[in-house]
Write a protein that binds this ligand. Structure first.
Ligand code: ADP
Ligand code: ZN
Length: 432
């Protein structure tokens, strides 16, 4: 179902009742897995006794380490013969984790993703090109099934071969694209090089950007260049993948589908709930999954719930843009810095191109930060004074935002390394 008005606009109390019923079912189901059976037994937890949503706090968190320790089948709650699919995380922060689905899980997931797409205005007559990795990464198949469920013509173009991607867009009149933000920036660069003008040569109208932290400035660049409305898409493989939280046309926060996920935000140190509206670590419980329910999963993502109702009428809470993971924070000269702050600042400067790299180094026992910034190639035709001036301007803007002074280096477009999957924004050479 791609537009479920009753469910999406359900008043808070009714939604909480749906959640409670599904939570109770989930706990029963989870109790069938070796891991949770032991957790419940060790702590004397009787799933049947959970009567209120708040009671979930009596249950322990599940961490990435738990998933790794229980690899591969420790959290499986159904017979293996019922399982039809497995996916895994991208392994951005260490060994990848694996998640299993039965047929019903796959269908519920497709429903969630199609709900997200429909919300932004995608319809059956759209041509949806999915420029993300097919395979263990959830962005490919997750969006693919969502697009098909909605009835859009879905092109599984995958990643890479940027020229062919553009050709497909031209041949089939692609109207909707899904891609990770760092690839969107790359695509822009290639189109520029090839002289493709999206306004004239393409029919794009919607873009979904997900799987990586990205700033409002990146969204604006994507919207401006491709002439699309761009929507932020949040998900993680442990919670299926895409389809967890998604922006509506208001573009003020991502609705997190609370009929499918129970949301908590906790202080990452004390693990106590934060005050409503404060930033903390996002903790999620699956409410629909059968093959592998996960209870109180510590996502390590830093998130905040936006206050108040959304003008679109949907009642499911909204997450503010995710600034990064708890372990993304850099501490340089005693100052806390998130890589996304660097991006925000750089992307506001028109001369700055589409890629950058943060290098952490040690000089004389002190940590220092060097930032390599791709700038538009015409800039290198200017004289040294102009280049120095631009370098100083970028340094000044960064100092205002970061409160430390990084060393800025301007480099030619296409010279910084690009990763196959998610962009690596920070290279730590301090212990090299
Ligand atoms: P990995 O954790 O190995 O990267 P996943 O592919 O499951 O594996 O990625 C999920 C993670 O990607 C999330 O936990 C989050 O850190 C990041 N992420 C996904 N979507 C977004 C988004 N829209 N904004 C910021 N970060 C995101
Ligand atoms: Zn809304």
């Amino acid at each position: 179902m791609y537009w479920d008005k009753d469910l999406e606009t359900m008043p808070g109390e009714a939604l909480a009742a749906v959640q409670l019923e599904r939570l109770q079912g989930t706990l029963q189901q989870a109790g069938k897995s070796p891991h949770y059976r032991k957790v419940f037994a060790d702590r004397g937890i009787e799933p049947g006794k959970i009567r209120h949503l708040e009671d979930i706090r009596q249950l322990p968190f599940t961490t990435k380490e738990d998933l790794r320790a229980q690899f591969p089948y420790g959290l499986l709650s159904v017979d293996l013969k019922e399982v039809v699919r497995l996916h895994s995380s991208s392994g951005t922060t260490g060994r990848a984790t694996v998640v299993f689905h039965n047929q019903k899980d796959i269908e519920n997931w497709a429903d969630l993703v199609s709900r997200c797409m429909y919300m932004t205005g995608v319809r059956q007559d759209d041509v949806f090109q999915n420029l993300t990795g097919y395979g263990l990464f959830t962005g490919g198949l997750g969006f693919h099934y969502g697009g098909e469920r909605l009835g859009a013509l879905t092109i599984p173009s995958g990643t890479g071969n940027t020229k062919r991607q553009i050709l497909l867009m031209q041949q089939f009149g692609t109207t909707v694209i899904h891609l990770i933000p760092s690839y969107a920036m790359r695509l822009m660069q290639v189109m520029e090089e090839l002289g493709v003008d999206p306004a004239v040569d393409l029919r794009l109208r919607i873009a979904f950007l997900g799987a990586e932290p990205h700033s409002e400035e990146v969204r604006q660049r994507v919207e401006g260049y491709f002439g699309v409305a761009a929507y932020n898409s949040y998900g993680l493989s442990e919670m299926n993948g895409p389809g967890v939280a998604f922006e509506c046309p208001e573009k003020r926060g991502m609705h997190i589908w609370e009929d499918a996920f129970l949301v908590e935000i906790v202080d990452p140190k004390t693990l106590e709930p934060v005050e409503t509206g404060q930033e903390g670590e996002l903790v999620l419980t699956t409410l629909q999954r059968e093959a592998m329910p996960i209870i109180r999963y510590r996502t390590s993502d830093l998130a905040r719930i936006l206050p108040g109702p959304c003008p679109c009428g949907r009642t499911h809470s909204r997450l503010a843009r995710i600034m990064g993971r708890t372990d993304d924070m850099l501490i340089i000269k005693g100052v806390n810095i998130f890589p996304i702050q660097v991006e925000q600042t750089l992307m506001e400067i028109p001369e700055v191109g589409q890629n950058y790299l943060i290098l952490l180094e040690k000089a004389d026992g002190m940590d220092s930060m060097r930032i390599q910034v791709e700038v538009r190639s015409e800039i290198f035709e200017e004289d040294m004074r102009y280049l120095k001036g631009l370098e100083q301007k970028i340094t000044r803007e960064l100092r205002n935002e970061l409160l430390i002074t990084p060393k800025v280096e301007l480099v030619q477009p296409n010279t910084l390394p690009r990763s196959q999957g998610k962009a690596v924004r920070v290279e730590d050479r301090r212990n090299a």
